[in-house]
Design a protein around this ligand. Structure first.
Ligand SMILES: O=C(O)c1cc(=O)[nH]c(=O)n1[C@@H]1O[C@H](COP(=O)(O)O)[C@@H](O)[C@H]1O
Length: 269
């Protein structure tokens, strides 16, 4: 049985009460926000509020990617978005992929004061993630085997032992999981790796991005993504821009897309 900290227990509760493992990716690209919202004070916040209203019943969590908010107005929009999601009782996983020397990581980890979990990059090793790992009540999703085509360039390299690097990352993340606060990021575009990783680290929940716009395998994502029933399958553009051509009714299409993904994933849980 996996031992989970407060974040993963809360996520487990959300997954059970709403019967969903869908992570709704709030990648609020200003260039794709509907025309009628662009004059708002904070267009990304206006957009996200409507998306959250339409999707929260189907959301196990929201995953804003920091890349879409890294400017002055963006951080304001993100703060409003996080508060609104919390008001709907939905946890927020900030996709920031951080990791740096200890002194810098310590500052990055202050992001966790505002959100419930974060994605982290293990390339710089244990001390670069320590400030995230040492929190008791937050979640840390460590990049393991990513969904992009270049994910193979480094992550698939074979070590002298014959195991690929991503397997070593999984083993390290498992060893770093003393507080029950660690998950892995594994792409839906690599279903075989999902399967072998689930066997290798049965207790770690996965965040599985890459279904929807990237064309990943939703069935494999849910079949192998969950540890003891806990895990997340993310779609960003496939949900939030589902109503791109629907003008002022855009959010309704997002709600339908989130519900469709929830139902599809639930058939395989
Ligand atoms: O860490 C992530 O969430 C992530 C890891 C990965 O391997 N692949 C991946 O697509 N992501 C993120 O997941 C989201 C996927 O977006 P869509 O392709 O629009 O569903 C983006 O925010 C990506 O940055």
């Amino acid at each position: 049985m996996a031992e989970f900290n407060a974040f993963f227990e809360r996520l487990r509760g959300r997954i059970a009460s709403k019967d969903t493992v869908v992570s709704v990716g709030l990648d609020a690209d200003l260039d794709r926000i509907p025309e009628h919202l662009r004059a708002a004070d904070l267009p990304r916040w206006a957009f996200n509020r409507r998306i959250i209203d339409a999707t929260h019943e189907y959301a196990a969590c929201y995953k804003p990617n920091a890349a879409f908010y890294e400017d002055a107005d963006g951080w304001r929009a993100l703060r409003e978005t996080v508060a609104y999601a919390h008001g709907k009782d939905v946890p927020v996983l900030l996709d920031a992929k951080r990791g740096d020397i200890g002194n810098t990581a310590r500052k990055y980890a202050e992001l966790l004061d505002h959100v419930d979990a974060i994605t982290a990059n293990p390339y710089m090793g244990r001390d670069s993630l320590e400030p995230f790992l040492s929190t008791d009540d937050k979640g840390v999703f460590v990049l393991c085997r990513t969904s992009n085509p270049g994910g193979a360039d480094l992550q698939d390299l074979e070590l002298a032992s014959g195991e690929p690097l991503y397997r070593r990352v999984a083993a390290l993340a498992d060893a770093w999981n003393g507080r029950g606060n660690v998950g892995l990021v594994v792409g839906a575009t690599v279903p075989e790796e999902l399967e072998t990783l689930r066997e290798a680290v049965p207790d770690l929940p996965f965040l599985v991005p890459g279904v929807g716009a990237q064309g990943g395998d939703a069935e494999a994502a849910v079949e192998y993504g969950l540890a003891d029933g806990v895990g997340l399958v993310n779609s960003s553009r496939g949900i939030i821009f589902a109503g791109e051509d629907a003008g002022e009714n855009f959010a309704k299409a997002s709600g339908q897309a989130a519900k469709r993904l929830r139902d599809r994933l639930n058939r395989h849980r």
